[in-house]
Structure formats: structure tokens, C-alpha cells
Design a protein around this ligand. Structure first.
Ligand code: THU
Length: 130
């Protein structure tokens, strides 16, 4: 199954009573295992979590710490764009050249990279004098 298909499938499980906007994410980890996540909203709105965050949490819980590819899908007019927080979360575990596929339910696909989504990102090098 392709990463987009895995993301499309898990999207169906999204808990979105407030926004009604279902998002699915799937990533391949360094071990080759595919991890998936969907957005999980909460009546206390800021406590909601994005699909990408769910997939990353599943990956870390599964014992993986490297993302080698990631895909995100939603029912949007253009390929869904990860929020700023999720870009930083992805960058924690992915090299800059890692492929990120953004997709819509009706077949629009945009391929980009972690570095293109988060240029000039803060990383551990900045703390090398500590
Ligand atoms: N959302 C994601 O899960 N991932 C994205 O890349 C964009 C936004 C979710 C958060 C919230 O549950 C809903 O979409 C509307 O913002």
C-alpha cells in the first residue's frame, strides 16, 4: 500500500467534531515500518492534535526515530499544508531532503521536502556552545 493510501485510510478515523476537517498522515520510518496518524480534536480546542503529530507519536512509541518519507492527505481544494508546529515536529526526525507528499482526496498531489517546508530551521547545532 502506498503512503498516500495509508494516510487516506487512517484519515477516516479522525476525531473532528469541531472542525469537521479530517486529516490523515502516514510515514515510513528507518526500520521500514509505516506509522499512521489522524487528527484528534478536543472540546478544549488547544488540546487537539494534528495527524502528523499522531503518526510521529506512534513512530516513537514503536521504537523508531527516523522518518524517511511522509504523506499527508485531506479533503481540501489544494494539497493540505502541514502547520508550522508539525513542520518542526517532522524536522526533529527527518533530514532536510526527506520527501513530503501533500495530497487531496480528489487526487491533487504536491511533492516537497522537509527543508522546503521549514527553511532555516532551529536545530541542535545552535546549542553547540552550551
Ligand atoms: N490539521 C492536521 O491534522 N494537519 C495539518 O496538516 C493541518 C491541520 C488539523 C488540525 C485540526 O484538527 C484541523 O486540521 C483543522 O485545523
Amino acid at each position: 500500500m502506498s503512503l498516500i493510501d495509508a494516510a487516506r485510510d487512517v484519515r477516516e478515523n479522525a476525531h473532528v467534531p469541531y472542525s469537521k476537517f479530517k486529516v490523515g498522515a502516514a510515514l515510513t520510518a528507518g526500520s521500514g515500518t509505516v506509522y499512521v496518524g489522524c487528527n484528534v480534536e478536543n472540546v478544549a480546542y488547544p488540546e487537539g492534535t494534528c495527524a502528523e503529530a499522531g503518526a510521529i507519536a506512534a513512530m516513537v512509541a514503536g521504537g523508531d526515530t527516523t522518518i524517511t518519507e511522509i504523506a499527508v492527505i485531506a479533503d481540501s481544494p489544494k494539497p493540505v499544508s502541514p502547520c508550522g508546529g508539525c513542520r518542526q515536529k517532522i524536522a526533529e526526525f527527518a533530514a532536510g531532503d526527506v520527501k513530503v507528499t501533500l495530497a487531496t482526496l480528489d487526487g491533487l498531489v504536491q511533492e516537497t521536502t522537509v527543508a522546503a517546508l521549514l527553511p532555516g530551521s532551529f536545530d541542535a547545532d545552535y546549542m553547540s556552545r552550551v
